[in-house]
Design a protein around this ligand. Structure first.
Ligand SMILES: C[S@@+](CC[C@H](N)C(=O)[O-])C[C@H]1O[C@@H](n2cnc3c(N)ncnc32)[C@H](O)[C@@H]1O
Length: 197
């Protein structure tokens, strides 16, 4: 029902939506997973056509991808290093028959970014930077890991084709390479939209 309502533009609260996840992830949602309204707005910025392929770097429980795939006809791909979160995302995809959401268990550095014409990034490496941002027992605070992942992110974003759209949430502009032109941001400034030059 939750996804059918979203398709019909009936927006639910995050606490209502998050009930599809086990309790432990409901508790993490406000900090780690994209709010419903933001996911809808980001998906609409990224998608122009049903042929679009959108990559979510660090897809977590799949919240952004499953919402994006419901409110648009494009294909959403979540890359996530934690197998348990991929299993959960696939379970929800099957349960709610979200055919255009796809989940890949790997490190984002192993993915060919050129295959995508839209990228979404919600500050995925913060767990390495901030002790209060631990997701599970595998989270490790390490400034060197944080810096390395950001360097890898810049290289991967630079590989993308001209015209690739990028939407970031909770991510400073100075983390995005200058090959991307800043286009706009939402009223809070937390959601930013860029296009590759
Ligand atoms: C803040 S959550 C964002 C979840 C999702 N994008 C959303 O908006 O709902 C960040 C996720 O990135 C994943 N992650 C962190 N580093 C990663 C990496 N190098 N490769 C793949 N996933 C990664 C974490 O496991 C975590 O689930």
């Amino acid at each position: 029902m939750i996804f059918e309502n979203l398709k019909r533009k009936k927006i639910c609260s995050d606490s209502g939506f998050d009930k599809i996840y086990p309790k432990t992830y409901q508790d993490h949602s406000a900090r780690h997973f994209t709010p419903v309204k933001i996911a809808i707005k980001a998906a609409k910025l990224l998608v122009d056509s049903p042929l679009d392929k959108i990559l979510d770097i660090g897809s977590g429980v799949g919240k952004f991808c499953s919402i994006g795939a419901t409110v648009t006809d494009a294909h959403f791909y979540g890359i996530e290093k934690r197998k348990t979160l991929i299993n959960l995302s696939n379970k929800i995809k099957r349960q709610y028959k979200i055919k255009n959401a796809h989940f890949i268990n790997n490190d984002f550095t192993k993915i060919d970014f050129k295959k995508f014409n839209g990228i979404y990034f919600f500050n995925s490496f913060h767990e390495h930077f901030d002790e209060s941002c631990v997701l599970d027992e595998t989270s490790k605070v390490s400034l060197s890991a944080y810096k390395k992942y950001h360097q890898d992110l810049i290289s991967k974003l630079n590989e993308c084709e001209k015209g690739t759209k990028l939407v970031t949430f909770h991510t400073f502009k100075n983390k995005i390479p200058s090959t991307y032109q800043f286009i706009d941001m939402n009223e809070t400034g937390l959601l930013k939209f860029y296009i590759k030059k």
